[in-house]
Design a protein around this ligand. Structure first.
Ligand code: C2E
Ligand code: CA
Ligand code: CA
Ligand code: CA
Length: 279
């Protein structure tokens, strides 16, 4: 079942990156990919699982390589990060996601929050806040319809500076979400200090819900903690009805995963929006 989601990609995880020549070629191609318009955003819906309402979508980048076909972000994001290309790519992602969301809102489709993944380099960029405000202004999207996903390791990097930056983003109305929660090392002490709107429970815990009692315990603990701290909580990687039932039992409000939908290209996501509007 897990393979199905990867069927789009012709290469297994490290195939391209482990061959030095392939890697060099890939780096060269990555430099050209933006101007050649080879990137595309897919959108994966997020639901309020208590009433089945669509509440938002996560933008996920895809690279349509002319020779290798679809390349997974798991392969090229690390390369983009190492080479610094991630800054330009990340800006393209933000600009594309914001203007797409604004276009959907303007055409009378349901008003949703779009989540965008930030990478470490991008997050560390001195003028991140100014850049994002510029992109919001340009697209016309209101800041509270944009959510930025950061990871624990990004947040723990230089805590005081990170808190200042996140507070600034929050001041402007931009939402912050902690991705892959539970896999990093963020202390509960800082979790209280960091201005956050949402925790995303890492999909590895959801995957093992039915087979591993420890994972189930971790998931219910994260949900309870988030609820106490008045943080929104999303379970990632929900694949089965059984997962869903457990999450509802534990008072988890939001879910994302193949059980609801895979990440969709814009045309298909648009059809989903139309169905949602129709009720
Ligand atoms: P992520 O942010 O944790 O994104 C979730 C990943 O899980 C996505 O993989 C999504 O397709 C997959 N997924 C969603 N539901 C399920 C499910 O039910 N089961 C399983 N097994 N998988 C599910 P994807 O799109 O291949 O992205 C992988 C990673 O690449 C992302 O992990 C994120 O870290 C990174 N990434 C993707 N797009 C961007 C981007 O625009 N910028 C940056 N910096 N990173 C990105
Ligand atoms: Ca994410
Ligand atoms: Ca995640
Ligand atoms: Ca499972």
């Amino acid at each position: 079942e897990r393979e199905k989601g990867q069927r789009l990609y012709r290469h297994t995880r490290d195939e391209l990156m482990n061959d030095p020549l392939q890697r060099l070629e890939l780096e060269h191609d990555l430099r050209k990919a933006l101007e050649r318009e080879e990137f595309e955003l897919y959108y994966q819906p997020q639901y309020d699982i208590r009433n089945n309402r669509l509440i938002g979508m996560e933008a996920l980048i895809r690279w349509n390589h002319p020779k290798h076909g679809m390349i997974s972000p798991v392969q090229f994001i690390p390369l983009a990060e190492e080479t610094g290309l991630i800054v330009a790519i990340g800006e393209w992602v933000l600009r594309t996601a914001c203007s797409q969301n604004k276009r959907w809102q303007d055409s009378g489709l349901p008003t949703l929050i779009v989540s965008v993944n930030l990478s470490l380099r991008q997050f560390q960029k001195h003028n991140l806040v100014g850049d994002i405000l510029g992109i919001l202004r340009e697209s016309g999207l209101k800041p509270h319809y944009l959510e930025l996903e950061i990871t624990e390791s990004m947040a723990m990097d230089n805590v005081d500076r990170v808190i200042r930056k996140l507070n600034e983003l929050k001041y402007w109305g931009i939402r912050i979400s902690m991705d892959d929660f539970g896999t990093g090392y963020s202390s509960l002490h800082y979790l209280r200090k960091i201005p956050l709107h949402k925790l995303k429970i890492d999909q590895s815990f959801i995957r093992d819900l039915s087979t591993d009692p420890d994972s189930a315990a971790i998931v219910s603990t994260i949900i309870a903690m988030a609820n106490h701290l008045k943080l929104e909580v999303v379970a990632e990687g929900v694949e089965t009805e059984e997962d869903l039932r457990f999450l509802l039992q534990q008072n988890c409000a939001h879910g994302q995963g193949y059980f609801f939908s895979r990440p969709l290209p814009i045309g298909e996501f648009e059809r989903l929006l139309h169905r949602e509007r129709a009720g």
